[in-house]
Design a protein around this ligand. Structure first.
Ligand SMILES: Cc1cc2nc3c(=O)[nH]c(=O)nc-3n(C[C@H](O)[C@H](O)[C@H](O)COP(=O)(O)OP(=O)(O)OC[C@H]3O[C@@H](n4cnc5c(N)ncnc54)[C@H](O)[C@@H]3O)c2cc1C
Length: 484
């Protein structure tokens, strides 16, 4: 029996668990996938938006601005990559100049600090690789970039360290009300809770409708991306937006915290909630739009394409509410959901308090986290850590300089990885130009050793992404395995 069960461990569920873990309250997080941050939180633009875009007066506007401030603090405390690079929304004609002015005014009302309208020439001074046809831009120095999955993981790890129970591979199938409590049926058995928080992203409508009448309609929109090699990482130094439209914030060009260049997304309405495929049309559209902002962008240096699914709804705002007493929706968390997440978590806890839940602060709440990142150490520090543990002297991922020691650290962490991409999300091994071609088998070998499982059980990422199917010699000794 839990006081609170949170359904879904994307960044919204993670932030809610993080804030709840400050209190003496029994909390569980149920996540369908084998890891944290496997939905929209894994595949997005990684921007901490300044907050000039959401309509003044909306919940989204308030939580965006507050969330961006909280994210900066949390990333510093929990050792999550975060760079305040600033953003530029660029205009190409008089109509767009007017639109920028409206965004500026909306941003000022929303409380975004230091916004500035720049001329075309001033914009080009800051970003010489942009199109010479730019007429003006909106500069937001508070916008930042982060690593979205590390952000969610760091908050979840901290929550777990502080007593929250995380259940992975636990898919909620049904919910029923039994007197004063909820009975939550999953593929791993039943859970009971006094309060349910629905943070199931794209599945939030389904979860809502298990016990509530229909209230909103999900409209999935797929956003595809190019990730370019580090050789292109300095093409722009700010987050470059085009003027937003009804369909969204448009195609961006931006540096990543890992040193690459990210280009995308489009916004394609789809019905299949599992369809994260990249399409020829989508990639062509993104290429053309990106060339409008950065004419000489070198898309040939693409090292990976991916796509994320937005859980848009027919409502204009985030859906954060008590659907009925004891059942809270954190639904329709579309962009800027990553930015707003911490403020959403904080707000959810406020809602629980206002509903009469007794929240007593823990005296021994641990609110810090530190990771060893070998390649960021000085030569002397590297020498020291290798002397203490020779595993830091063995490079497993050559592209990103990730050591065996860091992968072992991840395996011993509060939420250990169980897939190759789980290791990637925690250490960056496999993020480089060869995309795991070199380190993949070595990562697999370390995972098997540390988790004491067979290579046949290791997946690339989700449940069905098996890499190896069997031994080439039946009854083999484990050294000779066939890959698919
Ligand atoms: C293309 C794209 C670009 C974006 N860019 C930005 C950006 O730059 N900045 C920004 O602020 N925001 C951005 N966003 C929005 C942001 O990514 C999302 O708002 C945020 O990640 C939503 O987090 P979430 O936790 O609500 O949902 P998710 O991350 O989708 O998490 C939901 C979780 O619930 C789990 N779940 C679902 N059903 C069940 C079930 N039945 N039982 C148990 N678990 C379940 C899922 O497995 C998943 O892990 C972007 C989104 C997309 C798609």
């Amino acid at each position: 029996m839990f006081d609170v069960v949170i359904i879904g461990c994307g960044v919204t569920g993670a932030a809610t668990a993080y804030y709840l873990s400050k209190y003496d309250i029994k909390t569980a997080v149920l996540e369908a996938e084998n890891d944290v941050a496997m939905g929209a939180t894994k595949a997005n633009s990684a921007v901490m938006h300044a907050g000039y875009d959401p309509k003044n007066g909306s919940l989204m506007a308030r939580l965006n601005v507050r969330g961006s401030m909280l994210a900066k603090e949390i990333c510093a405390k929990l050792d999550v990559p975060y760079r305040q690079v600033g953003s530029l929304v660029i205009a190409f004609d008089e109509k767009e100049d007017i639109h920028l002015r409206q965004l500026y005014e909306n941003g000022v009302k929303n409380g975004v600090e230091n916004l500035k309208i720049l001329s075309g020439a001033e914009t080009l001074d800051m970003e010489p690789n942009l199109s010479p046809y730019i007429t003006s831009s909106l500069y937001a120095p508070s916008a930042a970039i982060t690593s979205p999955w590390e952000y969610a993981l760091a908050m979840t790890e901290t929550a777990v360290k502080n007593g929250v129970n995380l259940y992975l591979k636990t898919k909620v199938e049904d919910i029923k009300k039994h007197g004063e409590k909820w009975l939550i049926t999953t593929n791993k058995g039943d859970f009971e809770a006094k309060y349910v928080i629905n943070a199931a992203g794209i599945n939030a409508q389904k979860i809502h409708e298990t016990v509530n009448p229909k209230r909103f309609e999900t409209q999935i929109s797929r956003g595809e991306y190019y990730l370019l090699d580090k050789s292109e990482g300095n093409t722009v130094n700010h987050i470059i937006f085009q003027c937003p439209t009804q369909k969204g914030k448009g195609v961006l060009v931006l540096p990543t915290v890992h040193g690459n260049l990210l280009v995308g997304p489009n916004a394609d309405i789809i019905t299949d909630s599992t369809d994260t495929a990249n399409t020829m049309d989508g990639m062509e559209f993104i290429g053309n739009m990106a060339r409008k902002s950065v004419p000489h962008i070198n898309l040939k240096q693409s090292i990976r394409n991916f796509a994320g699914l937005r859980s848009n709804t027919d409502q204009n705002d985030f859906i954060i509410e008590w659907a009925q007493p004891g059942f809270m929706n954190l639904a329709g968390i579309k962009s800027p959901g990553l930015t707003a997440a911490a403020a959403i978590g904080e707000y959810a806890v406020e809602m629980l308090k206002n509903a009469g839940v007794r929240l007593t602060e823990k005296e021994n709440f641990t609110d810090s986290r530190k990771k060893l990142r070998f390649r960021e150490l000085t030569a002397e520090e590297k020498q020291n850590v290798i002397e203490q543990n020779p595993a830091y002297g063995r490079i497993i991922c050559r592209c990103e300089t990730i050591t065996e020691g860091e992968i072992i650290d991840a395996c011993h962490s509060v939420i250990p990885p169980c897939s190759i991409d789980g290791v990637k999300r925690r250490t960056n091994a496999g993020m480089g130009r060869c995309q795991g071609g070199f380190c993949g088998p070595r990562v697999m070998e370390i995972l098997c050793r540390k988790l004491n499982i067979s290579p046949l059980e290791i997946t690339q990422d989700g449940e069905n992404s098996i890499i190896l199917t069997g031994y080439t010699k039946q009854g083999g000794d484990g050294n000779d395995i066939q890959s698919i």
